[in-house]
Design a protein around this ligand. Structure first.
Ligand code: AMP
Ligand code: GLY
Length: 416
């Protein structure tokens, strides 16, 4: 099978690595890809979705897998479908669950799915009046895609007013902030829940947890994610049942009822408050770094993806391994503040039950360089979270590049 993967991060690398282990023979292509992906397939130096679609058609690709939301927001799925090229991901209309936070909140309200109390508005006076009805901290969100930066947790009314004003005026996030969502603050623990859907049926993947802060004990600035693990033992049977019954099923049914069928990865950011799950946000693709720990837990991710694209999930047996995975992100010296000088990567040894998913790297004369914010993810597998974590850190210590920074406490919420 000729498969095209769209993206260039460790998420897309981990998908490629998993596909390479599929019983089906695969030939992989990436657009645009990263330097390490060249070892798994062919990088196409293409970014424009029209050019990518024409190329995919001309070369008779059998499948396209979309990594990130920006391609989805451009309507890549609609375009590929018009060209009869099989593609895994939601249409642009279904991707609105991630593209627009106000759309998502209105959808949740309409379908009576639990989420934080909120107001969508583009009027500063209405924003201020609603803020006054809440107790700080108060959450202010830009409506549009902001690469994970569009959420402000204001500690006072003044800060909430200022955040609203800066967003609505276009000062903080341009057009993405001209409509905002104001929300009550939910105090609990967060889970990343992935339902892989074929429009009607879905498979729930092991529940993961991300670590967004740069430093141990959730200190320091927000990042794109510094590590993840799965399955999380914080999600017991009872909670999982509630998440399916109260969130995933009503969402998929709601999308269908609204004539907006969801096909692809529905990624629910869940806050659990007093054992009750609330939707914080929806994403419409795999999480990064969650994907890097989920891929190795699936027996045959290609079969899962094909079953969704071909709408035959109901008749497909999806096996999930009885194992745990922990992924630790190694980032560059100045991440997430500024770029860092590129520096060579030296890897002593890849221990058993570990592997690396590469992101911000470049290659020169066969030498790999750290050349980006999040450079690579060290993944460890094991029969317990502790064992998987030990493995991941064993690998981390074998990876050297100048300025390497990583959290030492991934999975701390379950390994206190
Ligand atoms: P979002 O992009 O909407 O998931 O927000 C990013 C992060 O902000 C989440 O992962 C949470 O840590 C935090 N957050 C968002 N909304 C809320 C809320 N209503 N209450 C508490 N924390 C929130
Ligand atoms: N790990 C969070 C995200 O991918 O948005």
């Amino acid at each position: 099978m000729k498969i095209l993967i769209l993206g260039s991060g460790a998420r897309e690398y981990s998908i490629a690595l998993a596909l390479k282990q599929s019983p089906k023979k695969t030939e992989l292509f990436f657009a645009p890809g990263n330097a390490a992906m060249q070892k798994l397939g062919t990088n196409l130096n293409l970014k424009d979705i029209n050019v990518i679609a024409s190329y995919a058609k001309a070369k008779e690709f059998d499948l396209c897998i979309v990594g990130g939301e920006s391609f989805l927001a451009q309507g890549v799925v609609d375009l590929f479908r018009q060209n009869n090229i099989p593609i895994f991901g939601p249409t642009k209309a279904a991707a609105m669950l991630e593209i627009s936070k106000s759309f998502m909140k209105s959808f949740l309200k309409k379908h009576k799915i639990k989420t934080a109390k909120f107001l969508n508005t583009s009027d500063l006076q209405k924003a201020k009046a609603f803020i006054k009805t809440l107790t700080p901290p108060i959450v202010i969100k830009a409506d549009g895609l902001c690469a994970g930066k569009g959420v402000i947790i204001a500690q006072s009314y003044e800060e909430a007013f200022k955040a609203s004003e800066d967003m609505l005026s276009g000062k903080s996030f341009g057009d993405a902030g001209k409509l905002i969502v104001i929300e009550e603050f939910l105090d609990g623990f967060e889970l990343s829940v992935f339902a892989v859907c074929d429009g009607t049926d879905f498979v729930l993947l092991p529940v993961a947890q991300d670590h967004k802060k740069l430093k141990d004990n959730d200190q320091g600035p927000n990042t794109g994610g510094m590590g993840a693990y799965a399955p999380s033992t914080l999600a017991d049977e009872n909670l999982l049942r509630r998440i399916q019954r109260d969130i995933i099923i009503p969402t998929l049914n709601g999308m269908k009822a609204d004539d907006n069928e969801f096909n692809g990865v529905l990624f629910a950011g869940i806050m659990v408050v007093n054992n009750k799950p609330f939707v914080l946000e929806y994403n419409v693709r795999f999480g990064d770094p969650e994907c890097e720990v989920l891929m190795p837990l699936l027996d045959d991710p290609l079969e899962l993806i094909l079953a969704c694209v071909e709408k035959r999930l109901k008749h497909t047996q999806i096996k999930i391994k009885d194992e745990f995975a922990v992924g630790v992100v190694c980032a560059s010296k100045n991440y997430p503040y500024s770029s860092s000088e590129k520096t060579p990567i030296h890897i002593k040894e890849i221990p058993e039950n570990t592997h690396i998913s590469y992101a911000g790297v470049s290659l020169e004369n066969e030498q790999l360089f750290a050349d980006g914010g999040r450079v690579l993810v060290c993944v460890g597998l094991g029969k317990s979270i502790q064992e998987a974590r030990n493995k991941a850190y064993e690998l981390c210590e074998n990876v050297e590049f100048e300025g390497k920074q990583y959290r030492k406490d991934i999975a701390f919420q379950v390994l206190k």
